[in-house]
Write a protein that binds this ligand. Sequence first.
Ligand code: KE4
Length: 428
Amino acid sequence: MIDTTSSRLFDEARTYLPGGVNSPVRAMRAVGRQPLFMDRGQGARMWDVDGNEFLDYVGSWGPMILGHRHPAVVSALEAAFAKGTSFGTPSALEVEMARRLVEAVPSVEMVRMTNSGTEATMSALRVARGYTGRDLILKFVGCYHGHGDSLLVAAGSGVATFGLPDSPGVTKGTARDTLTVEFNDLTAVEDVFSRIGEQVAAVIVEPVAGNMGCVPPAAGFLEGLRAVTARYGAVLIFDEVMSGFRVAYGGAQERYSVTPDMSTLGKVIGGGLPVGAFGGRADIMEKVAPAGSIYQAGTLSGNPLAMAAGVATLDVLAAGSAYETLESLGARLEVGLIAAAAKAAIPARVQRVGAMLTTFFTAEPVVDFPSAKTSDTDRYGRFFRGMLERGVYLAPSQFEVAFLSTAFTESDIDRTVEAAAEVLSGLE
Ligand code: KE4
């Protein structure tokens, strides 16, 4: 594969941008190669600056659920753009978006737009702390909720203890207010609450984990979180930035019939433009300025272009058979990958929820971050590079997911499976 233009651009980019990228995972360090610079996308495909064509299973990390340049999104953006880009005033499109989120997402009675998932989760935590008057939050090892300080916290020595900074720059004081336990470990959560439940402002969880690879909630896990947080008056936050409008139109909370107190959203709801949102029970959201005293703001929050692309995306998802298509394509890919790994006698686990899927290079079920880490990441890197050479762009990390879009066809999936069979058969 020729990547001379990408390579030249990367050399120049590293002069101006830390690591040559604007977000670390794009640098492809986890899969042992330099990044490719994309030039354009159409449907399920994208082309890099050297003209290489790829089936795109990253989809901008989730937003492109309809594929690139869906006609409805393009025309909505053109119409909005013809009238200007941003006014810093209320606009009708913000009301259109808010109404759809309230109608679609069971926990959302009121909502506030932001410009990223990070802003959404940061804001949701502040609101939960302001609403409860409590300081502590509980998160799960391996779940990622953006780069807000309170959430860049590693498990303390032995889980279910106070957190430790997971990045330089996060203060010990901040980390101390974040507890971490293993994903799917309801007993550990109940143990924390039995000891200090009255101090916990919120539990934040990816209801379907996607940032350690795809890890579904264990039976009863989400229901258990709902019960214990209700019992102690803590706010249950579902971080649906990735799962929202992906695993169902109403997100994981609709798919698993568990309604949190607050939810955070992003990615899909912006149709590829910068976006985030946090929402929840009206009695909580009414505390947010200027209705209430909990401050939160944003110059470009609810900007017309992102609202136009997002509303158009949600309307396409709501109108047709998108989720049946995504489920059927996802199942076809899952079955094909399992068969290809078995034929090659490569230990692998394919885990999927709807249109998000991960091939873990481990023999054991992946139920939390420790089990995800039994995966052979070096083997994943070789798998990734082999697939890239065959025109299939997967997530450049074992601990991410492949995202399907409605733009894929069955023959795209079959081609992906054929490529996987070739790569896996040659993978020592
Ligand atoms: P952003 O700030 O990147 O818009 O959203 C943060 C975020 C919050 N919550 C969940 C569940 C998320 O998955 C994310 C961001 N996801 C990563 C992909 N694993 C974005 C890719 C990147 O960091 O470049």
